[in-house]
Design a protein around this ligand. Sequence first.
Ligand code: AN0
Ligand code: CP
Length: 316
Amino acid sequence: MNYISINDIDNLSEWVNEAIDLKKDPYQYQGLGKNKTIGMLFFNNSLRTRLSTQKAAMNLGMETIVMNFGSEGWALEFEDGVVMDQGKSEHIKEAAQVISQFCDVIAIRAFASLKDKEKDLAEEVLTAFVKYASVPIVNMESSVAHPLQALADAITLEEFKGVQKPKVVLSWAPHPKALPHAVANSFIEMMQKQDVDFVITHPKGYELNPEVVKDAIVEYEQDKAFANADFIYTKNWSAFNDYGKVISQNRNWTITKDKMAKTNNAKFMHCLPVRRNVVVADEVLDSENSLVIEQANNRTYAAQIVLKKILSSQKS
Ligand code: AN0
Ligand code: CP
């Protein structure tokens, strides 16, 4: 069993409820991971994913190996049949098989390049590990998806929704750098599986992959989208059509107290890391309605339920 996208969740409400149960008693499956090792490979930076996944593994009694592959590993070749006389030192074929000798689960973070759309959409790094590794693979944010974040967000939503069918708004916000689409993609996919009124709002030109958005409602006026919202989930992303470009840094899209006043006293959500007073104003991030720390906390239980399912499937 791999955890590549949220489509690898066979029963979402069961996983969410089990994660909430794990949160109450995190050490109840300490024996499950005995003598099992997770190898966590980072091609990009991380705070939450690195620590929460490690914590989740430790809660299950696993050993953890962490490697900053991007800066410390050999530069990997992914193409088949190439003459390796340039910069790349090792082929993914050997690397993935070798890591599989040391680890029972391999978790990988490999962001989008935001330069080569075809390669990003093909999830080159993750796909190659799935192909050549002989152990389960966990996605810690790939070029198109961040399913551990989306699962933590689903847990948070379940914990804080006051009504049966809340209105959830995914709002783009400005950012000085070009950011990937992975968090937004996985959040959209997660909302499509939930009993929610879901609206996406962003400036024109920031349309996301239509294969992900499908028939989700897109409202180009942020104020309109915010009316009656119960949750405002904010994230910057770079353009998808004009691939990887920052086409607007319009601060009118920053989430402020005035914007939040247009909602139904909505909770504020963001995956973090967040740039204060660019993406969101201090007054919102520091308000009682902000769920960002609880979201981060839930990353542990999202990772823990994923690892528990993988370990359980390995046992049989
Ligand atoms: C990354 C992103 O937007 O995908 C990671 C978010 C979890 N964020 C940054 O690079 C700032
Ligand atoms: N939200 C999230 O994945 O954070 P990190 O990039 O710090 O892991």
